[in-house]
Design a protein around this ligand. Structure first.
Ligand code: LHQ
Length: 256
């Protein structure tokens, strides 16, 4: 009997797709799955063929967080060794990372979606801050991302009550960018990822500027913007965009 890969990695037309692949347990994470996800995200960061990244789940779930049937001695160690590296790897990808939320995203699975740069959801998706229901605290960056996305009051309510939000409610709160019918999730995600994959080198710097700006004071943000703008201004893609503007034609970017 062969055991299916718990995480699938595929690159096509500049888009890397990472698929959590334990559909029978709603893609919850045991140790091998966590390790494979970290490896896939790190591989993406160095993959020159991947100009945008999609994170999604096989079957009817996106990710139900920790596999609650896996025995664990120290939850702190699990968080430090498995979950925090996943979140850091998502943030460290120079490419934009899109969560294509195909179904339920619970616990750390919800936090992974929040850690991504954009979220597009199937109408069948749902979001559950499941931690309170099992006597735990928000982890995997949920306490950091959620208040920034929906405001502190709503984030506190969701964290304490752990209720399930459907896709439309998540859209209303600003947790997701778009909701599409389930059968259109793949094509809509690919269209979004392809648009990003055709973008300039500056997109990686935009990601850096926005992530930095969300966590520092104004002076630090202004200085970082100046630093990154200097890099962006020296890129071939910026020169190409200026030439294309003058020549009244669409730019052709090379990600350099
Ligand atoms: C699962 C799971 C699951 C195993 C569904 N594990 N089997 C970090 C480090 C260390 C420790 C702890 O935590 C963390 C971070 C975290 O992620 S804590 C949060 C852990 N996750 C949860 O508490 C969510 C648990 N799951 C649920 O509440 C429900 O399954 C949700 C709301 C996600 C979906 O409900 P339904 O759509 O009704 O599906 P279901 O409950 O029937 O699940 C389908 C199957 O998947 C079922 O198996 P079965 O053999 O009965 O068909 C579940 O047992 C299995 N499954 N989540 N986390």
């Amino acid at each position: 009997m062969t055991v299916a890969d718990p995480v699938l990695y595929e690159v096509a037309d500049g888009v890397a797709t990472i698929t959590l692949n334990r559909p029978e347990v709603l893609n919850s994470l045991d140790e091998p799955t966590g390790r494979a996800l970290i490896a896939a995200l790190r591989r993406t960061a160095g993959d020159r063929g991947a100009r945008a990244v999609v994170l999604t789940g096989a079957g009817r779930g996106f990710c139900a967080g920790q596999d609650l049937k896996e025995p664990q001695s120290s939850l702190g160690d699990a968080i430090r060794n498995r979950y925090n590296p996943i979140v850091r790897a998502i943030r460290a990808c120079p490419q934009p990372v899109i969560a294509a939320v195909n179904g339920v995203a619970a616990g750390a699975g919800c936090a992974f979606a929040l850690a991504c740069d954009l979220r597009i959801a199937s109408a069948q998706a749902s979001f559950v801050l499941a931690f309170a229901k099992i006597g735990l605290v928000p982890d995997s960056g949920a306490s950091f991302f959620l208040p920034r996305l929906v405001g502190f009051g709503k984030a506190m309510e969701l964290a304490l009550l752990g209720g399930r939000l459907d896709a439309e409610e998540a859209l209303r709160l600003g947790m997701v960018t778009r909701v599409v019918p389930a059968e259109e999730l793949q094509s809509a995600t690919l269209a979004l990822a392809t648009e990003l994959a055709a973008g300039p080198y500056g997109l990686a710097l935009i990601k850096r500027a926005m992530l930095h700006g969300a966590a520092v004071d104004l002076d630090a943000a202004l200085e970082q913007e100046a630093y990154l703008q200097d890099l962006a201004g020296r890129s071939a893609d910026h020169r190409e965009a200026r030439a294309a503007f003058t020549e009244k034609r669409p730019p052709k970017f090379t990600r350099s």
